[in-house]
Design a protein around this ligand. Structure first.
Ligand SMILES: Nc1ncnc2c1ncn2[C@@H]1O[C@H](COP(=O)(O)OP(=O)(O)OP(=O)(O)O)[C@@H](O)[C@H]1O
Length: 395
């Protein structure tokens, strides 16, 4: 079944005269990730919590799968949806396994069955079985968040509500958790509503992004590509940030980008090499190790970021701009040196792709060769609302 899973119809929430959410009308599509993003205090969490009636609306209607939530018992409704919050919210005196089994147990599932399912879920969220008997305080922040996600999945709910679930972990773990969520979404096809104040996270994860403004006003709903390309107003354009043009490059793959096969120097021969111009230094396996400069022979100069062939123009431009030679290093799937690209070629290619995309849009088609953000190749163009294509490989 397709279409909307959750519908907000003119929903408002007023706290003692102050409007937290202002006449919100919004469709949350089934089986996709919808992100609520915006600055602090603009009503994202309140809107999320009204879906499972942790907060009651002051006016308006919310339906889930066609049913008005106000007609359902709040406790039943809450158990029928997964909920993940910032600090994982695990029960400290229960083991990991018992935390994960909580909702199935409340739903009357026998302990043995609930625990067996909990063990399976450890695998689903990428945690080793050895953690099953630990208590939450014996886990890292990232592990706790994974347990939180496993717990939310335990009753196999069609809807997952996630309130800033990854904001308390460091950037590396956060990146891992984000990629895991995209993988889970591909495998399980849940309807996910995800709250964040981080526009980069919203663009990475969201098929649809709802931007909230101060006063609980919905400023724009769009796919990530459209949001970066065409913010609806000054508030949205300020919120998505100054470098949105650069980030928008993350929606074009590198098809057609000119890569030259500039000469390379083998690391073991660097000491005696006398390159006439900047040359990429490669190790015995053909992987880039840095650069050799004509001005300082024998010295290995550290390189910039690498561009993986097939990734987006954003990573190609970053590779060129971060390189000491001004040329970005391109590598294949195995990390082996392929060639180099210059910033001006990337920009020229971006211009061509943008023009093509504009032409397609004016014909009512999809963006040709569009890519998922941040280096993930995409099998197809975006949906008509600019929604994210499902990545086929993780960046
Ligand atoms: N229980 C409450 N009583 C009174 N006011 C509340 C209550 N809960 C939220 N608010 C107010 O409603 C507004 C929206 O809050 P909400 O938590 O939904 O915002 P948010 O966008 O999720 O913010 P943050 O990103 O900081 O979590 C804020 O001004 C907040 O102070």
């Amino acid at each position: 079944m397709t279409g909307a899973m959750i519908e907000f119809g003119e929903v408002s929430k007023v706290y003692g005269g102050a409007t937290a959410v202002d006449r919100l009308s919004l469709s949350v599509p089934r089986g996709r990730i919808t992100v609520f993003v915006g600055p602090s205090g603009c009503g994202k969490t309140t809107s999320l919590r009204m879906i499972n009636r942790m907060v009651e609306p002051s006016s308006g209607t919310i339906t889930v799968d066609g049913r008005d939530v106000s007609s359902l018992p709040a406790a039943t409704l809450r158990r029928s949806m997964g909920y993940v919050m910032q600090a994982a919210g695990l029960m400290p005196h229960r083991t990991v396994l018992d935390n994960i089994a909580t909702v199935p147990r409340l739903n009357g599932v026998p302990r043995g069955t609930a625990r067996a399912r909990a063990r399976e879920l450890l695998d689903v969220v990428g945690l080793p079985q050895t953690l099953a008997v630990r208590y939450p305080s014996q886990l890292s922040g990232g592990q706790q968040q994974r347990v939180g996600v496993a717990r939310a999945l335990a009753a196999d709910p069609p809807v997952l509500l996630m309130d800033e679930p990854f904001s308390a972990v460091d950037p590396v773990v956060r990146h891992e958790l984000q990629q895991e969520l995209l993988r889970l979404q591909r495998d399980l096809g849940k309807t996910i509503v995800f709250v964040t104040h981080d526009i980069d996270e919203a663009v990475l994860l969201g098929d649809r992004i709802a931007v909230f403004a101060v006063g609980g006003r919905l400023a724009q709903v769009a796919g990530p590509e459209e949001l970066l390309r065409a913010p609806a107003d000054d508030f949205v354009s300020g919120f998505v940030g100054r470098d949105r043009g650069f980030r928008h490059l993350g929606f074009f793959d590198d098809a057609g980008l000119a890569v030259d096969g500039a000469a390379s120097v083998v690391l073991s021969e660097l000491a005696t090499a006398r390159p006439a111009r900047w040359a990429v230094v490669v190790d015995d396996a053909g992987r880039p190790a840095g650069w050799a400069s004509p001005e300082s022979p024998g010295v290995l100069v550290s390189g910039g970021s690498l561009h993986h062939a097939g990734a987006t123009l954003r990573t190609a431009l970053d590779a060129a701009l971060s390189s000491p030679s001004g040329r970005g290093v391109v590598v294949d799937d195995g990390g082996r040196y392929v060639g180099t690209v210059g910033a001006s070629e990337v920009i020229a290619q971006a211009d061509r792709r943008r023009t093509e995309a504009q032409r397609e849009r004016s014909r009512g088609g999809a963006t040709p060769g569009a890519a998922a953000p941040d280096g993930e190749a995409a099998p197809a163009g975006p949906t008509s609302d600019g929604g994210r294509r499902l990545p086929v490989e993780e960046g």
